[in-house]
Design a protein around this ligand. Structure first.
Ligand SMILES: Nc1nc2c(ncn2[C@@H]2O[C@H](COP(=O)(O)OP(=O)(O)OP(=O)(O)O)[C@@H](O)[C@H]2O)c(=O)[nH]1
Length: 535
């Protein structure tokens, strides 16, 4: 397990949750606030664009209306209407070339009974229609093209007008009608002056240049197909509904009196300058930046907090689980955590030093407690431990183990003759000799007490042990430690008893001791300075 994984996971989880929260918040704000606001502003612009086209259309119709009054021969026309002078109107007023230049397709004069006095209609190539198609206007639009006397608004003295969209010869057209009175406003109306124009591409092109380039004109089946997308019907008040987008265009319809669609105009929708998707590039960029910032923040936190924490966790775990205080990490930062890490390093170092000291003291104490202070041989306690180890070793049953008990002869006399201090020195010399002549690593030499020594020989049978004992005895004798207090020989000698555990017999130190002691007793009895093997 990587140390600190849990903490890292928790932090990464927290960072991820923060990123998701930011993304969600931004998405919600964008969905419920920003996008609707942009959309509303864009729709408002669309409405303005539609109204601008409608206004241009209105201006075009107004311009058509003005042609009625631009006539310098108004009063002559009044006379012609009053006196039904058809020839004057036809010859002097309705001139094809002039109509073509004005982009007007027909000009008519009617009397107050809606009967034609004169006029004519021309097709798009300015060839005259025959018969005149507006000769009987009531056939075209319920007799509504003519202004009848009762329809005139008397009080205002203004000219009464009628403007209609209708189909003429299956093509959309606009008609403008005014009642004919004297130019000074006196006298009663004598008829209706009506002019009309096809609403065709040319008509549309005459809308304000620049705007007209963007306007597309549809009529017939093409116009009908677009019916569903029309959001404004020209001539109807407040008809600009929420603009609908189709082929990136906005559509304006024009209907006749009976609400039959005559033609459709479209203008391109303004390019949306904002991204309409819920996850636009700014959001993604924002998220990436947030992610990067979080990542940098995480790396910083990792460097400043997680890594030192991790290292400390490793050190403490190692100390607790394995009592190992040597694991150290480098803490280079200067925040409290790095300082704590350095402090922990020092603390561990102190613990380690103290542990080493304790171990050393313990070793010393162990050595002291197992060593005979005077001779530096193993003492009685160490001997007991050694014998216990042998007793507990199951391997020993298949091995010979021999025990040698050596006792200095007439040592009382030595003390008496040389004094106790000198006696101690003699004991030390004997100990040195015994140590020097028991060379195998498994041989164990101990001072058993007083002037008595015990040597345990592992993996050594009785004969071999006897040989070792003889060697030791001779070595002490050869050391020639002078003993003037004795009456027989004048040097220090040893009497030695030997006991041995044969193979297949359980090791029992008490039995061996007993046997060796008895053998030693025999050696003393035999005159000392000799070895006796227990049988
Ligand atoms: N200097 C000295 N003498 C000791 C020490 N331990 C025991 N002795 C002496 O060793 C003597 C042992 O005497 P005994 O047990 O009578 O035996 P012995 O005189 O050696 O005679 P045998 O054993 O029969 O040969 C005593 O006088 C003890 O005081 C010691 O550490 N230092």
């Amino acid at each position: 397990m990587v140390i600190g994984t849990k903490l890292r996971k928790q932090l990464l989880l927290a960072f991820t949750a923060a990123c998701i929260a930011i993304l969600s918040a931004q998405t919600i704000i964008r969905h419920f606030w920003i996008l609707p606001t942009f959309e509303m502003m864009a729709k408002q612009n669309d409405r303005i664009d539609i109204q601008r086209v409608e206004s241009q259309l209105q201006q075009q119709i107004d311009a058509l209306s003005k042609m009625v009054f631009d006539s310098a021969a108004w009063d002559s026309m009044y006379d012609a209407a009053k006196n039904r002078r058809t020839a004057w109107f036809n010859n002097d007023y309705v001139i094809a070339d002039a109509l073509e230049r004005l982009d007007v397709n027909g000009w008519y004069l009617y009397d107050t009974n809606a009967t034609i006095i004169g006029g004519g209609s021309f097709d798009n190539n300015y060839q005259p229609y025959s018969p005149d198609i507006l000769e009987v206007p009531q056939h075209l639009l319920d007799n509504d093209l003519i202004i009848l006397p009762e329809e005139i608004i008397a009080e205002s003295k203004a000219m009464t007008s009628k403007i209609h969209f209708l189909k003429i010869n299956e093509l959309p057209a606009v008609t403008v009608a005014y009642n004919v009175t004297k130019s000074d406003g006196t006298g009663s109306p004598v008829g209706t002056l009506l002019l009309w124009s096809f609403i065709d591409k040319e008509f549309i092109e005459n809308l304000t240049p620049g705007l007209a380039d963007d306007i597309t004109y549809y009529q017939g089946e093409k116009a009908q197909a677009l019916n569903a997308y029309i959001t404004s019907f020209f001539g109807h008040e407040n008809t600009v509904n929420t603009p609908i987008e189709h082929d990136k265009k906005l559509y304006i319809g024009v209907q006749d009196k009976h609400a039959n669609l005559l033609f459709v105009l479209s203008i391109p929708m303004r390019e949306r300058t904002y991204d309409r998707s819920l996850f636009d590039s700014s959001l993604i960029t924002g998220l990436l930046i947030s992610g990067s910032v979080f990542m940098l923040f995480y790396l910083y936190i990792n460097q400043q907090l997680l890594r030192p924490l991790s290292e400390m966790f490793v050190s403490v775990s190692s100390a607790l689980n394995h009592k190992d205080f040597t694991v150290r990490a480098e803490y280079k930062g200067d925040n409290e955590l790095h300082q704590l890490g350095r402090g922990m390093n020092e603390l561990f170092m102190l613990i380690e030093t103290q542990r080493a000291e304790i171990k050393e003291r313990h070793e010393k104490l162990r050595h002291i407690s197992n060593t005979d202070a005077m001779t530096s041989l193993a003492n009685r306690r160490a001997l007991d431990t050694h014998l216990e180890t042998l007793a507990n070793d199951p391997e020993n049953i298949n091995e010979n183990v021999s025990l040698i008990v050596a006792d200095i002869d007439h040592f009382k006399l030595y003390n008496d003759y040389y004094g106790h201090d000198q006696g101690d020195k003699a004991l030390c010399k004997v100990a040195q000799v015994l140590k020097a002549f028991t060379k195998r690593g498994t041989d164990f030499v101990a001072r058993y007490g007083g002037e008595e020594f015990v040597i345990v020989l592992s993996n050594t049978d009785a004969q071999a042990a006897l040989a070792v004992a003889e060697t030791l005895r001779k070595a002490v004798e050869s050391a020639a430690i002078v003993h003037e207090g004795r009456k027989d020989v004048k040097c220090v000698t040893l009497s030695i008893g030997i006991a041995s555990k044969p193979v297949s017999q359980q090791f029992d130190s008490n039995t061996l001791f007993k046997q060796a002691d008895e053998a030693l007793y025999q050696a003393k009895a035999q005159g000392r300075n000799c070895c006796v093997l227990s049988r």
